[in-house]
Design a protein around this ligand. Structure first.
Ligand SMILES: [Fe+2]
Ligand SMILES: [Fe+2]
Length: 277
């Protein structure tokens, strides 16, 4: 089996609103009103976006009461990324319940998004939606596997559990590739930017990322921190080890990680309800 066999048409089609926004950004004729109209056309999306913009996810001092206002404050690019984060979850319905508890899966991935965002802030990065997306989507390939290759997924999950080995290693042995690569290829098909694609594709082997090992390393670390606060949920039977080399490469200290974990712990429930509730 090849990765492309798993990426069926239904899964591989990208979230529509996101690409309408991106296409509008590339069109020099587009006006601010066009962007607002695209978002407003999906009333569920606009109300969810406004709730998120007004939450502790941003911690803004003013209250944002309209899509136009949100566009003014965040800009089109950032709001587009936020729109992607809110619509992507509905793409994966119909996965056999014995394979994954979707609530737990999204808890793990949303918390990872928050961890990545916190680490990025520490590094002085500003476009935090992009970083949130890296964490939110890091294990998306697992959902594709559960949906499109449920029998093999079932074998991998029980072998990982029984043999006490990492799931991605078992997947690699069974298929020749793992959920991280499936996720990366999916995001490539969705025409998402390279840093996002690489950070997902290489989150289990960050030093192999050709152009963005730093981003892949951040996601790698964030993933492990999520296990450490008790939100496993992507099928891994035990906590992957946090390599010293990765911490040295990122110049992160254990003290900083403790702070990040506690800050994510504080905001997690609210953010989870907003994106998933
Ligand atoms: Fe993973
Ligand atoms: Fe993970």
């Amino acid at each position: 089996m090849e990765i492309q066999d798993i990426l069926t048409n239904e899964v591989a089609s990208s979230p529509v609103v996101y690409h309408k926004l991106k296409d509008a950004i590339q069109d020099p004729e587009s006006t601010f009103q066009d962007f607002a109209d695209i978002i407003r056309a999906d009333s569920g999306l606009s109300s969810r976006l406004l709730r998120i913009v007004n939450s502790s996810f941003y911690g803004l001092s003013t209250s944002v009461d309209s899509v136009t206002h949100a566009l003014n404050i965040l800009g089109v690019d950032q709001l587009g990324d936020l729109a992607l984060a809110t619509v992507v979850m509905s793409k994966f319905n119909g996965i056999p319940k014995d394979l994954v508890n979707l609530d737990m899966f999204w808890k793990h991935n949303i918390a990872c998004g928050l961890m990545v965002k916190e680490i990025a802030v520490l590094f002085g990065e500003t476009n935090t939606e992009k970083f949130y997306l890296m964490g939110l989507l890091h294990d998306i390939g697992s959902l594709v596997m559960y949906k499109e290759a449920s029998a093999i997924s079932r074998t991998c999950l029980s072998r990982a559990d029984y043999e006490g080995r990492h799931l991605y290693q078992i997947e690699q042995g069974e298929l020749g590739f793992c959920h991280a690569q499936i996720g990366g290829e999916l995001l490539k098909k969705w025409r998402l930017p390279d840093p996002l694609v690489e950070s997902v594709y290489y989150h289990h082997n960050p030093f192999e990322a050709p152009k963005f090992p730093k981003f892949a390393s951040i996601v790698h670390v964030a993933d492990i921190l999520v296990y450490e606060i008790g939100l496993s949920g992507s099928g891994e039977p035990f906590i992957p080890p946090l390599g010293r080399k990765v911490l040295e490469f990122l110049q992160l200290e254990k003290k900083q990680l403790t702070k990040i974990k506690s800050s994510v712990n504080d905001s997690f429930e609210e953010v989870f309800q907003m994106f998933y509730g």
